[in-house]
Design a protein around this ligand. Sequence first.
Ligand SMILES: [Zn+2]
Length: 368
Amino acid sequence: MDMNSLKAQNLLKIISLLRNHPDITRQELAREAGISMPTALHMIEELSRKNLITETGENASTGGRRAKTFSLNPESGYGVGIQIARKYVEFVLVNLRGEVKEKVRYETSFSDQPAWYRKLGAKLIDLISQADVEEEKVIGVGISFPGIIDLENSLILHSHVFSLQNVSLDRFYKCISYPLVIVNDANCACYAEQSQREEDFLYISLNESVGGAIMTENTLYTGKHWQAGEVGHVVLYPKGKSCYCGKEGCSDAYLSAGVLCEGHEDLDDFFAHLEKKDPQAIQIWDTYLNDLAILVSNMRMLLDMDIVVGGDVGARMDAYVEDLAERIEEYDLFSRNVDYVRACRCKENIFSVGAALSAIDHFEYRLL
Ligand SMILES: [Zn+2]
């Protein structure tokens, strides 16, 4: 099918809508997609014939005649997500709803060498054969990478985490034979969260490193140089702690997961101590929440949108968000209620799932 044709565009519009709104009626589809009812009926028929959508029931709320509802057949396509972290690589295979069907994690340290990339390609093939899905249903692969990615020029502009600068993405393309997209890690996390919410938001990724991403009108705002949302290097304390980027006082130096892990085995260990009211953990957390409150209130002042605290720390913060909100209130005199800050809802395999969803977004035309 010519992907630029009006028909293909309408089909893709409907697929996108169905991904975010299960159990939707024909009338709702036509309205949301901005197409006429006869066109919608025609598209639905075509998608049903391809087994991409199925009838899921009837809508009871409309009064009078009940309207049939439709959903995307979630197993009609899959995306693979790969998270490249400091000390491991995580793979997931998800269906069109973002449900994880297969996952695996390998301990490995990234190295910019041909052998490392080849191994990555081999592990991907292993995952797909383990998952027992038809190969042609894998529509694409997404990689979550801790760095600034310039997709237009196919470059990793820089990655402080891996000390890289201007590295061509061809190294990845050469070893992966599926349609491939490489995405900044915080942007991936933001993607994973977006599938569960609709309003604009800033995602603050509290992880090995601190990053952020801005989702507005269901699209990532990338900025002029692909660096929008890099909240990890907003200065919290001038002349403060050294940051790995070379500056001093960046929020990363105060809010990375490593700050909490100091003196603890890992994040789970830290939060277990915190729950047990261990005085040392309480003190570290108190400082951490105060610093996070400054960052959140500054970002809110700038963007006036919801703020999601995410990443591996945010995923463990449900019980502490109220405390955080109270601290934010001290800085934010504009809002009567600090109800704009929340912990992330996607809590597991955040980066790899986000990468997979990003791949599905990029390559969903391959479903047709
Ligand atoms: Zn920095």
